[in-house]
Design a protein around this ligand. Structure first.
Ligand SMILES: [Zn+2]
Length: 270
């Protein structure tokens, strides 16, 4: 599933080809995504100049003159640039054709993604209640400490709650808790401020590194498969249950928290 670093890498990969371009037409071959693509998307976008490609949480915001296309990659979506008119495969549902002769092509085998139109995207119902960006100044360990007081919920689902901070998916929550030495099962309200400050820094560092890794794949957005640098980072615990801890050599354990598999080191994480 595309996580925040992959979505940010996608934004960086496609923006240079979209910004300042005028849309010539929108070809929709399959409208049934998680929500139907609006019937009038072609009418709304055609002739519009794209002003910016932004990101909020895992949503891409393609800003045009009279509104914004909100994109979400769901479980299996991807975006890349192709030559206009390139024959489309079965899962290549949408082409946004540009004056340049390139088209932004949306591919999504499982169709859990979304392409929606909004005049005011930051207040759209999907985005309005999202917490701060993890790499922004509004997020830090102090926020985690303040919001966690009195909470019995385990710390891992707490930091994965989009109202607390956006974009901390399972991989990054698992790795950040290991880096900060915090047991993922520990009640959020029982963790001291100093440990949350370390956790906040770990979340920022690990997400920033993942985005940096994705940077090596930016060229793949034209002609390539549009699937940026998944799992290029060294993983210390995620997906490694039963293997040895790279720090202390103990056997890593797996537990389930909030329906998600959670791997941790019983010795390094307390
Ligand atoms: Zn260990």
């Amino acid at each position: 599933m595309p996580e925040l670093p992959e979505v940010e890498t996608t934004r960086r990969g496609i923006e240079p080809y979209l910004k300042g371009q005028r849309v010539s037409r929108v070809l929709v071959r399959e409208r049934r995504l998680r929500w139907p693509i609006p019937e009038d998307l072609d009418v709304r976008l055609s002739g519009q100049r794209i002003q910016a490609v932004e990101r909020r949480a895992k949503y891409l915001l393609i800003r045009a003159e009279s509104g914004t296309l909100i994109g979400h990659l769901g479980m299996s979506g991807s975006l890349r640039l192709v030559e206009c008119g390139l024959p489309a495969g079965r899962h290549e549902h949408v082409d946004i054709e540009l004056e340049s002769g390139l088209a932004l092509r949306y591919t999504d085998p499982r169709r859990f993604g979304a392409l929606l139109w909004s005049q005011d995207p930051l207040h759209h119902e999907l985005l309005a209640r999202l917490g701060p960006e993890p790499l922004g100044e509004e997020f830090d360990g102090e926020r985690l400490y303040q919001l966690s007081r009195g909470k019995q919920l385990a710390v891992k689902p707490f930091i994965m709650d989009n109202a607390v901070v956006v974009g901390v998916g399972n991989i990054y929550a698992t790795e950040a808790l290991f880096a900060a030495g915090i047991d993922p099962r520990r009640p959020a309200g029982s963790i001291a401020r100093a440990r949350y400050l370390r956790l906040g820094e770990a979340i920022k560092r690990i997400l920033a590194q993942a985005i940096e890794c994705g940077g090596t794949t930016l060229r793949d957005f034209v002609g390539g498969d549009g699937k940026p640098g998944y799992f290029q980072q060294e993983l210390f615990v995620y997906g490694r249950a039963g293997e040895f801890c790279k720090s202390c050599g103990s056997t890593l354990r797996e537990t389930r928290l909030g329906q998600r598999a959670s791997v941790y080191c019983p010795r390094c994480q307390r």
